[in-house]
Design a protein. Structure first.
Length: 147
């Protein structure tokens, strides 16, 4: 999958800063999610269980957003991996991609800033809908190209 292309489209549509999109893929038979995008985070993994928010959302198979990221527990690793020192993560969308009843990958979309107010607009249901539309359009294009 061309993650660069989809990241650019999501960044533009949700009015994000460059570097705000992350993708994790399922590690077969290991109950783990591994960072696939950006490549610099490859090798870092998150368990698919209720001990992590991203793992729990993967189990539920339902999108999630939070505009109070710093107050959430068990997310220290995420901030260490994905935030710059001057701009910690303040807001986040976790969006699992489900195919035939199984999660294939998870998109993490973040807003960074020194505070929630400086990180930009709050995420909402409309952002989930726009993200769904982008992801579905990319999936349909891939199906058409492979046919």
């Amino acid at each position: 999958m061309a993650y660069d292309q989809i990241a650019k489209k999501i960044t533009r549509e949700l009015n994000l800063e460059i570097g705000s999109i992350y993708v994790l893929e399922i590690v077969e038979k290991r109950n783990l999610l591994e960072f696939a995008y950006p490549k610099s985070l490859s090798g870092n993994m998150i368990p698919i269980d209720r001990s992590s928010l991203t793992g729990g959302i993967s189990l539920s198979k339902k999108p999630y957003y939070s505009n109070e990221f710093p107050q959430e527990k068990s997310l220290v690793m995420m901030n260490l991996l994905m935030a710059s020192e001057s701009k910690p993560i303040q807001k986040k969308i976790i969006y699992p991609i489900v195919n035939n009843g199984s999660v294939e990958r998870v998109f993490l979309i973040v807003r960074k800033g020194s505070s929630a107010s400086k990180a930009g607009a709050d995420f909402g249901n409309n952002d989930l809908e726009r993200l769904k539309s982008i992801v579905e359009n990319v999936s349909l294009q891939q199906v058409a190209e492979s046919a």
